[in-house]
Write a protein that binds this ligand. Sequence first.
Ligand SMILES: [Zn+2]
Length: 249
Amino acid sequence: MTYLRISGALAAALLASGPALANHHQAFGYAADNGAEKWGQLDEKYALCESGDMQSPIDLSSANAFGNIALSVNYQAGPLTVSNKGLTVQADFAPGSTMTSGGLTFNLIQIHFHTPSEHAISGKRYPLTGHFVHATEDGKLGVLGVMFEEGAANAELAKILAVAPEEKSDPVTVTGQSIDPNGLLPADRSVYRYMGSLTTPPCSEGVNWHVLKAPITASEDQIEAFEELMGDSARPVRALNNRLVVAPD
Ligand SMILES: [Zn+2]
């Protein structure tokens, strides 16, 4: 199994610009002329988006193994820092929150969102997903995906939405307000696990993907607010190719 090694500079870029790791003259997006099927042609640095064979997202119902992955999170509440990246809304986290899986401890860097969800389960996409982006000390990436379905409002999402700028912005730290990542997780930690990629250019592979099977709820208003801020921001599912996907028992 190979892992993506990222430098400290790349880790900083992940924090600074979310899923878009660098600014390019030709912006990717989700429209006809710059959408997912064009990403590989927009910039030579995006070649993997087209040529990669370990890309994300996937339909998780294509799982070819079953097992209960031992996933543990040790998340701490911290300062609320939110930005509008243009294609996503992102909350940044200070060091101190970790996810452990497969003997690796990943540090939580940021949580960003997509509407609808990118991963699908038996063709079904949820209206909203949160991606918890982590990296190990030596630069292996690990993402935890959480699905949101319509229901009761989520208190942590409310904090993010209350301060999320309507237009693209630098990160804003809100004085006197904290956010607790634990409040964005379901109680059931049954998880799908596979090796994939960033779902936005440069589509770097070697990402340790974890997607929780159980959704949590967000209110109709909260889901609509994310849709208005971000628009359609889900890459179509990619081919599984020769990969192991472990589904929870
Ligand atoms: Zn994402």
